[in-house]
Design a protein around this ligand. Structure first.
Ligand code: 2M8
Length: 433
């Protein structure tokens, strides 16, 4: 086993908290939805019991309407803000009685995570038994999305908060902040006691984040009211790609399990989603997929690593995939840049050290790698893989990395939290692929 893989295993084992994993010590002390799913892929390579437990714990926090929250507050600590007391998931009548959580969700990765675990497993019979036990909960989660998050019945679901996107302070959201004027909140930030403030969102950005939650709370997290009133209502290409990728995995797995009814419903959702995705979210001029602001009915015309994520869900046809990859390489693939910056390096809004405003993220690289491979862009996929390994080898298992190669010759270009779980988990998977 390589040293790097051993180190990655150590990171995962040390972030394991008896039933679930934290993304990293101090900065993120709870269980996060999409982190958990991606972490399970790493565990599946060396400890299937933990991979399964991770998913079971996550699904145990599901609400009575199929919703899965973005943070599950397993412990009480004031080292993270905003915590359970601010989010107040208990306001929703169908919230879990067992766990305190947020009232927002995250990219629905669980469906494809189950299929990945099956792919990795050396005991397919046992793994399929596990999948059979949990898969209906994942299906129920997809049903929640299609029933509650698609007010115009397009097959595209909305997110109502930037924290639902996973790409939390992407410059794309700046367009939305311009339409809002939230009050100035008084609160004590915790993230900036763990990480340099220059790598995190600003105080004013946090005011926006809190204000959207307050509006949702005023209406007890009612989906209907949120759709009507939230100033943030966006159809996000990454979020919808994850849903579509997971739909496909559920179809594949239900076929193995012989459940034709579920396969047929999933196929109906899938067809509609892929069709709308291609007709609504593709920007011909930019040559890539973009976000759509449903509240203000306009496209948010910016390039980010999310723009290329539809490759991993098989959304573009071959011709469009070529265009997409050309855009990616022209704008993000310059020789002095590591693939793939989280935001357009040629834009004025690009900020290479700050959270989701420019740095490379390992989870997005893993998603892009899988997409590029699916369409046969093997050389570029290989570059994404090599860049990912090099970034971790040079700097450590950080949360995000500077995309500018020159930086790494002078200093450590890893930012945010260290010993970060999904960086370790997905590196293990990349090393094996
Ligand atoms: C970051 O988000 C949290 C809020 O959810 C934060 O900044 O406090 C994001 O990178 C998100 O995508 C990720 O799931 C979370 C934990 O790793 O951290």
């Amino acid at each position: 086993m390589t040293d790097l893989k051993k180190q990655a295993i150590n990171v995962l084992n040390s972030n394991w908290k008896d039933g679930f994993s934290i993304p990293c010590e101090n900065l993120y002390p709870f269980q996060w939805f999409w982190d958990s799913g991606l972490i399970a892929i790493g565990f599946a390579h060396f400890d299937m019991a933990k991979a399964e437990r991770e998913i079971e714990t996550l699904l145990d926090a599901q609400w009575g309407n199929g919703f899965i929250p973005h943070i599950i507050f397993h412990i009480e600590t004031d080292s993270y803000f905003p915590g359970a007391d601010f989010h107040r998931s208990d306001l929703h009548p169908l919230a879990s009685k067992k766990y305190q959580s947020t009232g927002m969700t995250q990219p629905p990765v669980t469906g494809f995570v189950l299929e990945e675990i099956y792919r990795i497993s050396s005991d397919k019979v046992a793994t399929l038994k596990f999948i059979e036990k949990v898969i209906d909960k994942v299906y129920f989660n997809h049903e929640y999305f299609y029933k509650n998050r698609d007010p115009q019945n397009e097959g595209l679901v909305y997110i109502y908060h930037n924290w639902e996107s996973g790409t939390d302070n992407s410059p794309i959201w700046d367009d939305i902040w311009e339409t809002m004027d939230p009050p100035e909140y008084t609160f004590e930030r915790r993230d900036t006691t763990h990480v340099d403030a220059s790598q995190r969102p600003s105080k004013r950005e946090y005011d926006h984040y809190l204000y959207i939650i307050d509006i949702a709370k005023e209406h007890n997290y009612s989906d209907e009211k949120i759709a009507e009133l939230s100033p943030f209502l966006v159809q996000d290409p990454l979020f919808n790609s994850m849903l579509i990728k997971s739909n496909q995995s559920l179809i594949n797995l239900y076929k193995k399990l012989g459940n034709t009814e579920k396969v047929s419903q999933l196929k109906t959702w899938q067809e509609k989603s892929i069709h709308s995705f291609n007709s609504k979210l593709f920007d011909e001029e930019l040559g890539a997929y973009v976000h759509y602001d449903l509240r203000n009915e306009k496209a948010l015309r910016h390039l980010s690593s999310s723009s290329f994520s539809p490759l991993s869900a098989g959304i573009p046809d071959k011709e469009r995939a070529e265009i997409l990859v050309k855009t990616m390489m022209d704008k993000f693939g310059n020789d002095n840049q590591y693939l793939c910056a989280s935001f357009d390096p040629t834009s004025e809004r690009f900020s290479p050290k700050k959270y989701w405003r420019g740095p490379v993220w390992i989870n997005l690289n893993w998603i892009l790698f899988s997409g590029l491979k699916q369409y046969g862009f093997n050389d570029i996929a290989q570059r994404v893989k090599e860049d990912t390994i090099e970034l971790i080898e040079k700097n450590g298992f950080f949360e995000y990395f500077d995309s500018r190669k020159e930086i790494h010759q002078r200093e450590n270009g890893g930012y945010g939290g260290n010993n970060f779980s999904w960086s370790a988990a997905l590196l293990i998977d990349l090393l094996e692929s």
